[in-house]
Design a protein around this ligand. Structure first.
Ligand SMILES: Cc1ncc(COP(=O)(O)O)c(C=O)c1O
Length: 415
């Protein structure tokens, strides 16, 4: 039996809807980010869509800590946290993250996705009668966690404390409640009204779970995120973050009370039954968190670069979508055109931006998602603005040349 015939219709549908994903075969050159070598083009490109928001993935302190850890303790962790996979690096990093967020304890997971999936499914699934109230724009990992918990859920309108309150008011006052939301929403770049959401949650005795994945390292005096910036850190029951974006390495975590973290440590399958992060990753992340707790230079420059890119694109008449954060979305509104623009940026201008299509964003809102970093120079910005202006004015979006098959969706096998 040819099992591929079971998979092919799914891929066919994705291709038909212009949602087929083509990965860029890039090699970042440490010390030269945002430049990278593109193995398809065999040329240098400038990356404009990385979530290594501050370039910490090449910071000397991070690289040195990782090299040093590998030399000392080797490559892998050697097991789950319970079975010989806890190293001193994990313990130090968890202590640092707890301090960063002003919480008693923190717990590491292998990624931000796993942290959400494991923590939310455990909280909502194992607390008897729990009802989850979830922002309509929450990330797939939060949605998966809620789904996996089997708990009753209510979806409130995006960033709308009034709608949240209308739902809470109708819920059984005796049942435990969990409000899940994000601080910075990564596709639109808008920011949650954390204090108002906490006001509502407190009125109805609901726990709050805040995903700060796109804010940790970037906002607040010590880089703890939007909750720190807004003075609301103490009001949140749990704060979740990643080590893979502004901190430049990999891994995820949840911070909260000692008892909450102990509960997750003992009850979350996504924490218990998997090999822990390699110690070198924990060491690199620790160096990154420590650096960004005491240095605001990267954060300040990051904000300035994002504001400059936004201002320059708007001045050039480009359809920049409103955003309150460091994320600069440019509306295209059509998946084929979005892919064609990205191909043209890469081929003609050596600029790498990934098209953002459905289901990551709603159909009709396909976009370029630009993420300026402190390492993008004025010259990089000049070239980006000139390229986008030319593409938009000339409407030249005919896609990629036939010989560059690595940029094309895979053709259906016609045998
Ligand atoms: C809001 C949000 N939460 C969680 C994650 C997952 O984080 P990680 O990339 O560390 O798995 C992402 C990833 O982009 C995200 O956007």
């Amino acid at each position: 039996m040819n099992f591929d015939q079971l998979f092919e219709p799914h891929l066919e549908l994705i291709r038909r809807e212009n949602r087929y994903r083509v990965f860029a075969d890039l090699e970042r050159r440490a010390g030269h980010f945002p430049q990278a070598f593109d193995h398809c083009l065999q040329d240098q490109v400038t990356v404009w869509c990385s979530n290594d928001y501050l370039g910490m993935g090449q910071h000397p302190a991070v690289l040195e800590a990782m090299r040093d850890a590998i030399d000392r303790v080797g490559a892998g962790a050697g097991g789950t946290r319970n079975i010989s996979g806890t190293s001193h690096y994990h313990v130090l990093l968890e202590n640092e993250l707890a301090e960063l967020h002003g919480k008693e304890k923190a717990l590491l997971f292998t990624s931000g996705y796993v942290a959400n999936q494991a923590a939310i499914s455990t909280l909502a699934g194992q607390i008897s009668g729990c009802i989850v109230f979830s922002d309509a724009a929450n990330h797939a990992s939060i949605i998966e966690g809620i789904r996996h918990s089997g708990a009753e859920k209510q979806i409130f309108r995006h960033n709308d404390p009034v709608d949240l309150e209308n739902r809470l008011v109708g819920a059984d006052p005796w049942r435990p409640k969990l409000v899940c939301f994000e601080s910075v929403y990564s596709m639109d770049g808008d920011i949650a009204p954390i204090a108002e959401i906490c006001d509502v949650a407190e009125r109805y005795g609901a726990m709050t779970y805040l995903d700060e994945v796109h804010a940790v390292g970037l906002y607040g005096p010590s880089g703890a995120g939007i909750a720190e910036r807004d003075g609301a850190i103490h009001r949140l029951t749990a704060i979740q973050g990643t080590l893979g974006k502004a901190f430049g390495v990999m891994g995820g975590y949840v911070a909260g009370s000692a008892t909450l973290i102990d509960f997750l440590r003992c009850c979350a399958p996504g924490f218990i039954f998997t090999t822990s992060l390699p110690p070198a990753l924990a060491a690199g992340a620790l160096a990154s968190v420590r650096h960004l707790r005491s240095s605001s230079i990267e954060r300040d420059r990051h904000q300035e670069r994002a504001a400059t890119v936004r201002r320059r694109l708007l001045k050039a008449g480009l359809p920049v979508m409103p955003s309150e954060s460091h994320i600069v979305p440019v509306l295209v509104g059509n998946p084929q055109r979005c892919k064609a623009i990205c191909d043209e940026l890469l081929l003609r201008f050596g600029i790498y931006v990934q098209p953002i299509n459905h289901p990551t964003v709603p159909r009709g809102t396909e976009r370029l998602r630009l993420t300026p970093t402190p390492l993008h120079s004025d010259e990089h910005i000049d070239r980006l603005v000139a390229a986008l202006t030319e593409i938009w004015s000339g409407n030249r979006t005919q896609g990629c040349p036939a010989e560059l098959t690595c940029l094309r969706p895979v053709e259906r096998d016609s045998r």
